[in-house]
Design a protein around this ligand. Structure first.
Ligand code: G3P
Length: 222
């Protein structure tokens, strides 16, 4: 199995904007270096370039448009995030839903640009559909648990095992993350034991008094 991956989505939290994004990225870099666990950060568009200049950890976009370079006003292209230093992008997050056609177009554009695609899904059926598009990752996140203190690992292990089974059946090359309410090493360990390759989380790190302590706990059981 590939190394576990922990991806921290900074969303649009005030606690993670501007210089505060640097503090969290610096903590994530330190914990990744100490532990050998791969940790990525998904900041706002505004911070992709500054963070990629300062840190070696993978930086992800939270969304990217399917529009190609050219006469498209207001879109953020795959090429633009790559030039800013992103390694990949979230696609179809619960807070940024897309149509199936858009998901397919974005996954294929990311692939063409050599960037990693992480397609977020909300149930087993959408996980299977996403896997059929051949992204690098499917990230299963039950929307009702997002932003809360109860983790998907403890509240809904069935959605994780169901996704693992469905995705493996459709395309065994696709790696699987899970998220929603993840906040401790125990949650991460359970997610891995249920067959995932890692976790996608936000508030547990971003809203913590000491993000570095939470990050150290997240990797502590791996
Ligand atoms: O993208 C991560 C996410 O939606 C989960 O958020 O705050 O429950 O860790 P959170």
């Amino acid at each position: 199995m590939a190394k576990p991956f922990i991806l921290v989505n900074l969303k649009t939290y005030q606690e993670a904007s501007g210089q505060r994004a640097h503090a969290i990225a610096g903590a994530a870099q330190q914990v990744a270096d100490e532990s050998g666990v791969e940790i990525g950060i998904a900041p706002s568009y505004m911070n992709i370039h500054p963070l990629s200049m300062h840190y070696t950890l993978p930086i992800y976009s939270q969304h990217v448009d399917a529009a190609p370079p050219g006469a498209n006003t207001g879109s953020v292209t795959v090429e633009a995030i790559r030039e800013a230093g992103a390694s990949g992008s979230l696609v179809n997050h619960s807070e940024r839903r897309l149509t199936l056609a858009d998901i397919e177009a974005v996954v294929s554009r990311l692939k063409g640009a050599g960037l990693v695609s992480v397609v977020c899904t909300n149930n087993v059926a959408t996980s299977a559909a996403a896997a059929a598009l051949g992204p690098d990752f499917v990230a299963i996140e039950p929307p009702e648990l997002i932003g809360g203190n109860v983790s998907v690992s403890s509240a809904n292990p069935g959605i994780i095992t169901g996704t693992v089974e469905a995705v493996r059946k459709v395309n065994p090359a696709v790696r699987i993350l899970t998220g929603a309410g993840i906040h401790s090493g125990e949650c991460v360990k359970t997610a891995i034991d249920l067959g995932t390759d890692g976790v996608l989380l936000a508030s547990g790190v971003v809203k913590a008094k000491a993000p570095i302590a939470v990050l150290r706990d997240l990797v502590s059981r791996l």
